[in-house]
Design a binder for this molecule. Structure first.
Ligand code: C5P
Length: 232
């Protein structure tokens, strides 16, 4: 599997996003994550524009609804020609199967589909006492990953610290896409369970999703290159 660094473009406008991407040399086209903030601010046109510039796109909208609604929404997203999209595994195997069906384009191709397991912002205590999921966090993540695999998905979003467990349960080919990445000499920001790019590679991440360590760096291109060097 090809490892890659995906930059989380958590900007609120087209202008800020393009200004950021313009800093990269002409031949360098990083894989870009577009999340809810940018998508809701700018709509599908920002996806088309970044795609036209030659970037691969992970559209991180984390869909979770009844299967029929998710299937139809996925049809729309797939036609935006994105490379990766996601759903919440909590939506059930049935919803994930419907999402996958909706993604298949007329020519038979489709973007990668991955599932969010337990958000890294959810603690074990909250999961057990608010959501009434009476197991430990790691078992919940592995079960969600197994459900995603059963539905035919390509992988999951998880903490890098869970990537090894997911691979053990679902196989090496099953993708682990992991945020929560920080350089060894940097601040954690609001992320709790963090890992360096090099460690994420050792544990088995296929894609690391990196936001502020690149977007807020004094020299974002250098920070991106450093991530690549440590991870690939
Ligand atoms: O700036 P930072 O590197 O923390 O950004 C990480 C990105 O990954 C953000 O876009 C965040 O929304 C996303 N993410 C995360 N934890 C998850 C799922 C997604 O940090 N469990």
């Amino acid at each position: 599997m090809n490892r890659d660094v995906i930059i989380a473009c958590d900007f609120s406008s087209r202008e800020a996003t393009l200004e950021f991407l313009d800093r990269f040399p002409a031949g360098r086209k990083p894989y870009v994550k577009i999340g809810m903030e940018l998508y809701y601010a700018e709509g599908p046109s920002i996806v088309r524009e970044i795609k036209a510039r030659g970037h691969r796109i992970f559209l991180d909208l984390k869909l979770h609804d009844i299967p029929n609604t998710v299937k139809k929404a996925m049809r729309v997203l797939s036609n935006l020609d994105v490379d990766m999209v996601n759903v919440h595994a909590a939506g059930t195997v049935g919803m994930m199967r419907a999402a996958l069906e909706g993604l298949i384009r007329e020519d038979g191709t489709r973007p990668l589909l991955i599932a969010v397991t337990q958000l890294t912002s959810t603690s074990e205590e909250v999961m057990q006492n608010e959501l009434l999921i009476r197991t430990n966090l790691r078992r919940a993540v592995v079960q969600y990953a197994l459900n995603a695999k059963e539905a035919g998905l390509d992988g999951v979003v998880c903490s890098p610290q869970e990537a090894g467990l997911v691979k053990e349960a679902c196989g090496q080919e099953f993708l682990a896409v992991t945020p929560g990445i920080r350089f060894a000499d940097a601040a954690a920001d609001d992320q709790v369970r963090i890992t360096t790019p090099a460690r994420a590679r050792e544990i088995g991440s296929d894609y690391i999703v990196v936001g502020r360590p690149i977007t807020a760096a004094p020299d974002p291109v250098a920070a991106y290159e450093r991530c690549l060097k440590e991870f690939i």
